[in-house]
Design a protein around this ligand. Structure first.
Ligand code: ADP
Length: 266
């Protein structure tokens, strides 16, 4: 499950700040769930602001400048992960943070090494793993941003996940950005590879986001759909929706399946 940075942080606020109220409520919705779960945090304000400051949104930024930005982004992401971890632990959940930076290597932003074994061992030990978008060393660019959406896709594949839940600040995928198109139409089901006839433009986030907003999410979703039965993009800002999804009940969302394969009745 991915907790969107737009929900768990105040994306427009500088210095970055965790939306503790939202995180506490999300954790309450997770408490009754008893199956295996990995929680991936989006960077939100903590990741994107520092990443932007050091030029991670510009392909022309010199390697040395990207590398100078590593400590600031790392620090902010550690603060976010630690605060979220504390909320899980306060609710009695055995949460541990597995930080990508220390054991991830990227090549042209693609994962070459990732702490998968540690995550598997933590899950086998019945711990609740929290990992997060991060800045990581990149063999080509020096350093690049590993987005939470990319991590979700990687883990879905490598851990043979049954479902992927992507929580964000809108009700799912629309035919255009619902924050800028007044007539945007919500898409309840996308059946890949033909998309069930839907055409949609997935653009950037309305808030500072160096990882490409919904555009990157849609690419991640299409990739992840090769490996999991079902992907759900839903509004994590609306109380109760996550609880419904975890209980396999119906709620407003976009479900993505492949080739008419519909998993649980979400
Ligand atoms: P998060 O931080 O929750 O992962 P992002 O901010 O990266 O989410 O992406 C979600 C944003 O993407 C939405 O708030 C919306 O403004 C924007 N967006 C752009 N195109 C679309 C689309 N076709 N459908 C839904 N949202 C879209």
């Amino acid at each position: 499950m991915k907790l969107g940075g737009s929900v768990i942080t105040f994306k427009g606020r500088t210095p970055p700040m965790v939306n503790e109220r939202a995180v506490r409520r999300i954790v309450e919705e997770i408490v009754p769930y008893s199956e295996r779960l990995v929680v991936v945090l989006g960077g939100g304000a903590h990741g994107h602001q520092a990443a932007k400051e050091y030029g991670y949104d510009n392909p022309e930024t010199p390697r040395a400048q990207l590398l100078r930005g590593v400590p600031a982004i790392r620090h902010n992401m550690t603060v976010l992960a630690t605060e979220v971890e504390a909320c899980f632990r306060n609710a009695g959940l055995p949460a541990v943070v597995v930080t990508p930076f220390s054991s991830t290597i990227l090549t042209e932003r693609q994962i070459v090494e990732f702490p998968l074994r540690i995550i598997q061992m933590a899950m086998d030990a019945s711990l609740l793993v929290i990992t997060h978008g991060d800045v990581c060393f990149d063999t080509v660019y020096g350093a690049s941003i590993l987005s939470g959406d990319t991590i979700v896709t990687h883990l879905a594949h490598m851990l043979h996940a049954r479902r992927v839940l992507l929580g964000t600040d809108v009700d799912g995928i629309y035919d255009c950005n619902p924050k800028t198109c007044p007539d945007a139409q919500h898409i309840p089901l996308i059946d890949l590879p033909h998309r069930g006839g839907w055409e949609f433009q997935a653009g950037p986030s309305a808030s500072p986001d160096v990882t490409g907003g919904m555009g990157n999410k849609v690419r991640a979703v299409i990739e992840a759909s090769k490996y999991v039965e079902e992907i759900v993009v839903f509004n994590l800002c609306v109380p109760g929706r996550l609880r419904q999804l975890l209980a396999h009940k119906e709620t407003v969302c976009t479900r993505i399946v492949r080739g008419g394969r519909v998993g649980s009745q979400v």
